[in-house]
Ligand binder design. Structure first.
Ligand code: ZN
Length: 196
């Protein structure tokens, strides 16, 4: 039986995704061996990062400042909006260094099985952003059932407005998570996007 401090740290860590009881205990031992100052830095960065995180009122990305750095960047193209499911998809796409438009984070995908409809994700907010300046909406939701359903729903809403709607190509494995795609695959998928 591990000692009380180990148990306490491990039980918190095991509540995080992808961390089982064994990894949690291994990390807990590691943490107890770190210099106190480093542990303070770790704990503070988690605490302060979480406390300052808010949702950008324009794109829905997580940010410390509203509007977020991408929405506030005047050098970015305001005529392209790339629609993604989760905040964590934004850094994945930014990593390509080839897209300079804006983003819209849906915070979910349409999934009738889970009772998630169009009104439960940020589609209304997306529609409100579509002014005459927007020339293209790029649908970069995941290539899985929910991502496809979400993309075709949004495409049906937007196309009658005369705005070009594209879907990223399938260099991406079906069922894959955008955030885990390597840069090359993601760049190709992005460049090969087709009009819906
Ligand atoms: Zn933003």
């Amino acid at each position: 039986m591990a000692s009380e401090p180990i148990m306490r740290i491990a039980s918190q860590l095991s509540r995080l995704p992808g961390i089982g009881p064994k990894s949690a205990q291994r990390l807990a031992y590691h943490i107890l061996n770190l210099p106190l100052e480093q542990v303070r830095e770790l704990a503070t960065s988690i605490w302060e990062g979480r406390k300052s995180a808010r949702t950008c009122s324009i794109c829905g990305d997580l940010t410390a400042n509203d509007p977020c750095p991408i929405c506030s960047d005047k050098k970015r193209r305001a005529d392209q909006i790339c629609v993604v499911r989760d905040p964590r998809d934004v850094p994945a796409l930014e990593h390509m260094h080839s897209y300079s438009g804006l983003y819209h984070v849906l915070h979910g995908a349409i999934s009738p099985m889970d009772g998630i409809g169009p009104d439960d994700i940020r589609i209304r907010e997306l529609m409100a952003r579509l002014s005459a300046d927007v020339e293209e909406v790029i649908l970069a939701t995941n290539p899985d059932v929910e991502g496809e359903a979400t993309a075709s729903y949004i495409a049906r809403l937007i196309k009658p407005m005369g705005i070009k709607v594209t879907r990223i190509a399938y260099g991406l494995p079906v069922g894959a998570d955008l955030e885990y795609a390597d840069e090359m695959t993601l760049s190709r998928a992005f460049e090969g996007r087709r009009e819906l």
